[in-house]
Design a protein around this ligand. Structure first.
Ligand code: NAG
Ligand code: NAG
Ligand code: NAG
Length: 227
């Protein structure tokens, strides 16, 4: 009986290993084949990239493992916090920059005080950040300053991190060219993406090792959403 049980376990175990390795080989974790079939635009994109694919795949599985962990920024860090509340709805929104933040701020303002919002003749689109109606009214930088926050529903909107990065770089550094007015923005790299990625990663490492005060424009737009 025992032997049959052992055999059964051995078969199940082997089957699991096979299924697992097939999953990785053919269905692609970090595999660009999926991308290719999905959309002709992205297939052209990966052709143009000319990555040494096998090497890239192997390395990507090594990233942030074992000794390589030291080269990576940690997934969670205590970072600046922005909350917008709506008392009538028992809601707290955690606002993350470059992730629907202006619109969410407007929505939370509307939910905070519908009457004033309507009377001000604003719409959710027109309640732009610099002139927002609820400035300092439903806004907090610490959870514990919100009365009865334990009884409220807290939520955050997150975005695909690559989308967020591309959107931020395109919007601020390529289109708006914020570095024209403020030299140090976009990490003083103007439109140079290579330079920007390198410098921002260094900045993240620096912050992770020794969290500093005075988080600047680049930091708040490009530091990870999980911080
Ligand atoms: C591929 O991506 C483009 C650009 O985002 C989109 O317009 C198009 O509909 C996509 N094609 C397919 C087949 O999903
Ligand atoms: C909003 O619009 C109404 C009607 O056009 C107007 O009477 C009122 O003065 C406006 N309120 C503000 C705050 O602009
Ligand atoms: C962009 O930045 C990288 C790294 O800092 C540098 O090697 C490269 O020459 C720069 N490219 C241009 C066009 O300035």
């Amino acid at each position: 009986m025992n032997r049959y049980l052992k055999l059964l376990f051995a078969i199940i175990f082997t089957a699991c290993i096979l299924a697992y390795s097939n999953l990785f080989q053919f269905h692609g974790y970090c595999n660009s084949e999926n991308l290719n079939s999905e959309n002709s635009t992205s297939s052209e994109f990966s052709k143009n990239l000319k990555l040494p694919q096998k090497v890239a795949l192997e390395n990507s599985l090594e990233i942030c493992r074992g000794d390589n962990l030291k080269q990576c920024i940690p997934p969670l860090m205590k970072y600046k916090q922005l909350y917008r509340t709506s008392k009538p709805n028992n809601l707290v929104a955690c606002v993350i920059e470059k992730t629907f933040s202006t619109f969410l701020t407007a929505i939370m303002c509307f939910l905070h005080d519908q009457k004033s919002f309507r009377e001000s003749n604003r719409t959710l689109e027109s309640d732009i950040y610099g002139e927002r109606l609820c400035k300092d009214k439903n806004e907090f930088t610490e959870l514990k300053k919100i009365e009865k926050w334990q009884k409220m529903s807290i939520f955050a909107v997150v975005r695909n991190p690559v989308d967020r990065f591309v959107s931020g770089f395109t919007d601020k550094c390529l289109r708006e060219k914020v570095w024209r007015k403020y030299k140090s923005r976009c990490a003083s790299c103007r439109t140079n993406l290579t330079c920007f990625v390198d410098k921002m990663y260094d900045r993240m490492m620096k912050f992770a090792k020794n969290p500093y005060k005075g988080i600047d424009f680049d930091d708040s737009h490009f530091f990870p959403q999980s911080w």
